[in-house]
Design a protein around this ligand. Structure first.
Ligand SMILES: [Zn+2]
Length: 99
């Protein structure tokens, strides 16, 4: 029995464990693939490799998915999200030419 950690800000809020269990069902609503190991630091959900690759292609600056090594705690998810937002902010700043 694996404890499933559900982030309070996860999106969408599926019934059951969908998208919330490392190695479980993908978080994409219409996808039912198992083995979701790719953590999306925007939706706080786990995704299968196909969905993660598809979404990453449209990433603004760098991938919004990281392959997780295992289940994550709420604090770990929050830290990954914060680190991403900081890196993304810095990446955007460097895109602008100095005035
Ligand atoms: Zn999927």
């Amino acid at each position: 029995m694996v404890d499933v950690v559900k982030h309070p800000q996860r999106y969408p809020k599926h019934e059951g464990d969908k998208g919330q269990l490392f190695g479980g069902e993908c978080n994409t609503t219409r996808c039912h693939d198992l083995g979701a190991r790719y953590f999306n630091n925007q939706t706080y959900g786990f995704y299968c490799q196909g969905c993660a690759r598809g979404i990453n292609r449209f990433g603004p600056h760098h991938p919004i998915f990281n392959e997780a090594a295992g289940p994550l705690t709420v604090d770990e998810m929050t830290k990954i999200h914060r680190d991403y937002m900081r890196e993304d902010f810095l990446a955007r700043e460097t895109d602008f030419s100095p005035i």
